[in-house]
Design a protein around this ligand. Structure first.
Ligand code: XMP
Length: 326
């Protein structure tokens, strides 16, 4: 008798009870969980909620617009976007080590969030009502994995880039705590969220930053963004989204190989396609994509993306490979 309408009504009532007339802050990542939890809270308390979206420049093509335009249009959420692209790029300059990248991105994310938060708190306090609540899109599997604790940001650091430092004194609002991913998607659809957001595959908090093997630069991000957009478009066109858990597209920025195009020799970078099938990302198998789809993606990427002259397919399961390359 699970029914998304009932769950929404129940959660809305709970959120109202928890929050009262208090103000609520939410960080949108572009992903499903933060989008749905934020929309639920908005449904419950309207403009007591402010959502913050930090554009760290490591997003995929069109993601910022999807949040700023489609998400806002469908929910009416009050959104503040922070353009932090320059800050993240300079913080990442010269860094190739994956864990180092994660640390820097996590740190810069928190800094950017704290800046907006301070402004908002000052604004709210001037009206005599400090922001006390923070929305988190914690799902049931996250709760189980982290030992079932309540009330504090106890999400494993792996997933914590969209999370918050411990010293922030917020009471968490977690309307998805009893739900599984497919239930969250059903609720998102019921709430009228854009299909592109509700159906989105998992995407790591550090974004394209950990899909460039090598240093992250503006040019490399542009190359990867284009290649990724082509791969995503063609996989969706071919009706394969349901079969694929996620498909990282990776730029081997420090590798060059010789190619030939038109009547000239090229010396470009490889793009790796990493389509995987999985239940929970703990283990995964590489997805046996149809050759014609692979061929289409390969042709389009090498024709349309400058600097890419080779597309390769990752046929490694997890273990021993991880899903991401970094
Ligand atoms: P791996 O590469 O460890 O990935 O097989 C397992 C799942 O986790 C995602 N992932 C991340 N998510 N921050 C995140 O929020 C990260 O640093 C991170 N690294 C990997 C990955 O996309 C996959 O779904």
């Amino acid at each position: 008798d699970w029914n998304s309408g009932n769950v929404i009504a129940e959660q809305v009532a709970r959120i109202r009870e928890q929050v009262g007339t208090g103000r609520v802050l939410s960080a949108l990542s572009g992903g499903v969980d933060s989008a749905v939890s934020t929309a639920l809270v908005h449904e419950a308390v309207g403009d007591q909620l402010v959502a913050v979206f930090i554009d760290h420049g490591l997003l995929r093509k069109g993601e910022r617009e999807q949040v700023e335009q489609d998400y806002v249009a469908s929910t009416g959420v009050r959104l503040i976007t922070v353009d932090a692209r320059e800050t993240f790029l300079s913080a990442l300059a010269g860094v190739s080590d994956p864990e180092q990248k994660r640390k820097i991105i996590g740190r810069e994310f928190i800094r950017a969030f704290e800046k907006v938060q301070a402004d908002l708190i000052a604004e709210a306090a001037a009206e005599g009502d400090p922001i006390r609540f923070l929305v988190q899109g914690t799902l049931y599997p996250d709760v189980v994995e982290s030992g079932g604790g309540t009330g504090t940001a106890n999400i494993k650091s792996h997933h914590n880039v969209g999370g918050l430092p411990e010293d922030l004194q917020f009471e968490l609002v977690e309307p998805l705590r009893t739900l599984f991913k497919d239930e969250v998607r059903a609720i998102g659809r019921e709430l009228g969220l854009p299909a592109e957001i509700v159906g989105r595959q998992p995407f790591p908090g550090p974004g394209l930053g950990i899909r460039i093997v090598g240093e992250v630069t503006a040019d490399r991000l542009e190359i990867l963004r284009e290649a990724d957009a082509i791969a995503r478009f063609e996989l969706t066109q071919a009706g394969l989204d349901g079969e694929i858990w996620q498909c990282p597209v990776v730029l081997l920025a420090d590798v060059r190989s010789v190619g030939v195009q038109g009547d000239g020799r090229t010396y470009g970078h490889p793009i790796v396609l990493r389509p995987v099938s999985s239940e929970d990302a703990m283990t995964a198998d590489w997805t046996r994509l149809p050759y014609d789809v692979l061929s289409k993606i390969s042709n389009r990427i090498t024709n349309e993306v400058r600097e890419v002259n080779r597309v390769v397919l990752d046929v490694t399961s997890k273990p021993p490979g991880t899903i991401e390359w970094e």
